[in-house]
Design a protein around this ligand. Structure first.
Ligand code: SIN
Length: 526
């Protein structure tokens, strides 16, 4: 077991963690730990792009308005205004780091449109924007002499006064983060990583559900760690289901059919080829995601169908292939030529709007600890995230957290009193099936009872069922060798608990939380 010390400890290697690392690296030593390879992130899989006001007739006011409408009354307007207005400068920063966004023949950026946006404002790189951003940022991080990257290192717990023997309670004003205990997955040793500033940028938790567009790495680790460390977590009820993932049973993660395709003109249809979205919202196939996903869910349930169709066959084939080369190739590989065939699609868990509560500098309720990106809850997304606002949020908060930690880190010293990881577990390696079966059961519980449409009865049933798996997993955790799989299961159960509890506390249907016990008139009742 070793101790590693640095000025800035970053956990996670998506857009939030990498941007923060690049911004602070000229001023001190950065250690970045990531549980898989540096590029195995949700950022890499983002297709549509990154929203920002670029040219007239778009304005900050319009972007703010679209975000507020989509957030269904739950956004923090001050945050929305700040993020929208600071986004263009951070887009320029991405471009300086080498990110290439598509341009039109006249040299202007080719801006796409997605659901809930009143203007074309999505900067993109074909339909693989996230992969392009990840490429440029991880290249920069690898080249920087002050940044040391630890791949295949899994952060198990944040280190606070609890590890110095103090009893701490949620809400204590002086809880402080000193670093993290991190499992080296190759040697199974748990090392101590200390940082003067610590950043959690661990992404989302889509694997809580059976069908998700998220990679297998999205297991809510940062949120669960912060919750266990007695930090503040909020708005967990608001899980965004992307309306259109490719219906291809058995494939995990589900392949995303970008909303940019509907922005380009594609239309949702039932299996008999009829359009249905106008029944639910005047914006049709480009309604915000909460409404679109619920409408699809409703049509599938009423008709007994396993999917609906997305139809782009009426558009110019060359144009479609040029705009969506990745989607075209993927669909072709499973026998669907999108220029001739309608695409079977289903909603899939995609994004968690809630998470670790942070202020406008990305500071959590725990001192010296910041959270950036999907794991955080800034107030931008409210009850429903506007498409392509999340990469934008991550770069704005990376800048703000970087500025704040640069202004404070010199007055902080790494603690010398931190004990080594004290793991009670025996060396007993329980059968893997105990973990995999509980993982599947947890996904079934969340999918069947805590999905797109919920009810009081479903939520309480989910909580009872999850409690059994929670007890069993804690027992297993105490007595078996620490593995990434076991820790991920434990974290996801924690996330499931937080989602259910938050949903139970909602006595209304709002944004992404829809309960049949609190019906809401939206175009058509469904
Ligand atoms: C998409 O391309 O549809 C995803 C964009 C997003 O989730 O923001």
């Amino acid at each position: 077991m070793s101790t590693f010390q640095c000025d800035f400890l970053v956990i996670g290697s998506g857009i939030g963690g990498l941007s923060y690392a690049l911004k602070v690296a000229d001023y001190g030593k950065v250690i970045l730990v990531t549980k898989a390879g540096i590029d195995d992130t949700n950022t890499s899989m983002a297709q549509g792009g990154i929203a920002a006001v670029t040219y007239p007739p778009d304005t900050f006011e319009k972007h703010v308005n679209d975000t507020l409408i989509c957030g269904d009354g739950y956004c923090n307007e001050e945050v929305v205004r700040m993020v929208a207005s600071e986004a263009p400068a951070q887009i320029n920063q991405l471009i300086q780091w080498g990110v290439k966004f598509d341009r039109k023949p006249n040299g202007q950026y080719d801006l796409a449109r997605e659901g809930g946006h009143s203007e074309h404002r999505i900067l993109h790189h074909k339909d693989i924007t996230g992969a392009e951003i990840q490429r440029a940022l991880s290249a920069g991080v690898r080249q920087h002499p002050n940044i040391q990257v630890f791949e295949n290192h899994f952060a198990v717990e944040l280190i606070t006064q609890h590890h110095l023997g103090r009893v701490i309670h949620r809400g204590d004003p002086d809880i402080t983060c000193f670093g993290a205990y991190v499992l080296d997955q190759k040697t199974q040793a748990v090392h101590t990583f200390l940082g003067r500033s610590v950043v959690v940028a661990t992404g989302g938790s889509g694997n809580i559900y059976h069908t998700t567009t998220n990679p297998r790495t999205a297991t809510g680790d940062g949120i669960a760690m912060v919750y266990r460390a007695k930090g503040a977590v909020e708005n967990m009820a608001f899980v965004q289901f992307h309306p259109t993932s490719l219906y291809h049973p058995g494939e995990r993660p589900s392949f995303l059919i970008s909303e940019a395709m509907r922005g380009y003109g594609a239309v949702l249809k039932t299996s008999d080829g009829k359009e249905f979205m106008q029944k639910y919202d005047p914006r049709g196939s480009l309604a915000p995601r909460d409404i679109t996903a619920r409408a699809i869910d409703s049509e599938m349930k009423q008709r007994g169908d396993d999917f609906v169709y997305l139809d782009v066959t009426f558009k110019d084939p060359d144009d479609t292939i040029n705009h969506f080369p990745n989607i075209y190739q993927k669909c072709l590989s499973v026998g669907i030529d999108v220029t001739k065939d309608m695409i079977p699609v289903v909603p899939a868990a995609h994004y968690l709007c809630g998470g670790i509560k942070v202020d406008m500098n990305g500071q959590t309720a725990i001192k010296r600890l910041y959270a950036i990106g999907e794991c955080s809850s800034t107030g931008l997304h409210g009850a429903n995230r506007l498409a392509s606002n999340s990469l934008m949020e991550a770069i704005v908060y990376a800048e703000r957290a970087a500025r704040h930690s640069l202004a404070t880190f010199k007055s902080i010293n790494n603690s010398t009193r931190i004990p080594d990881w004290d793991y009670e577990g025996t060396t007993h390696n329980e059968e893997m099936v105990l973990i995999t079966q509980s993982y599947k059961e947890m996904q079934q519980i969340m999918t069947n009872y805590v999905g797109i449409v919920r009810s009081n009865l479903r939520l309480s049933r989910a909580l009872n069922r999850l409690d059994i798996i929670f007890e069993e997993t804690e027992e297993l955790y105490k007595k078996s060798i620490l593995t990434r799989e076991l820790c991920e299961l434990r974290n996801l159960i924690q996330i499931g608990y937080l989602i259910i509890k938050d949903a139970q506390n909602m006595h209304e249907s709002r944004g992404l939380h829809y309960s049949i016990d609190y019906p809401r008139q939206m175009g058509t009742e469904f």
